[in-house]
Write a protein that binds this ligand. Sequence first.
Ligand code: M1P
Length: 252
Amino acid sequence: MVVPLTERPIKDTVVLFDVDGTLTPARLEISPEMKQLLADLRDKVAIGFVGGSDLVKQKEQLGDNVLDMFDFCFSENGLTAYRLGKQLASQSFIQWIGEDKYRALVKFILRHLSELDLPKVRGTFIEFRNGMINVSPIGRNASTAERNEFEAYDKEHKIRETLVSKLKAEFSDLALTYSIGGQISFDVFPTGWDKTYCLQHIEKEGFKDIHFFGDKSFKGGNDYEIYEDPRTIGHAVNSPADTMRILKELFF
Ligand code: M1P
């Protein structure tokens, strides 16, 4: 039985978490220890997650019952949002950009990717989501081992950074943000639709303290904007274990 938000011992506080690298290892499942700690934390404060991925992937990582585990579930930075299991209103990337510009963007990306000579390529190079597109030079079907290989290769050869620079130059007329948040891809979305987007839903609740935990809180990381936002109390972490350590210090 979930305690109503207004009856939690620390009522005026919400704790938000990034997913990959903060609650779980990158693209892997949450540990039983982390799951238990979140359940215990939820007895005290409101909790939520805000991830770049879509809900399908977050269910794979956090559990099929993710909508019951958190008070607030924000997929795609909050473009898909749930409060106590009920979906909230959202906007879409394709409506924002329009078919013509979108076609031009896709053609440009695929042309660039087709000219790369990566050691390995797999499949699903552009993933079309509600609030963004996700672009992966190796392809989203890469295995965990192949992800790690690409990440190391990309560090040396700057594959993602180079494509992002070209996109910025080519589509300078569009207010798009490019965010390298994970291992093998980057997200493309309208400027402002970063993780701070979810705060509009949180602000309506009247919380005094909004904590945010994220591992990509450095400039250029996809947690940077919400971590730096004056409305949040940011915690930069370097692993799920680090998240657990800080939570225990703050709330237990
Ligand atoms: O949550 C961080 C990122 O996780 C994935 O990135 P990658 O597959 O590159 O590791 C993607 O879902 C991405 O959209 C997201 O920002």
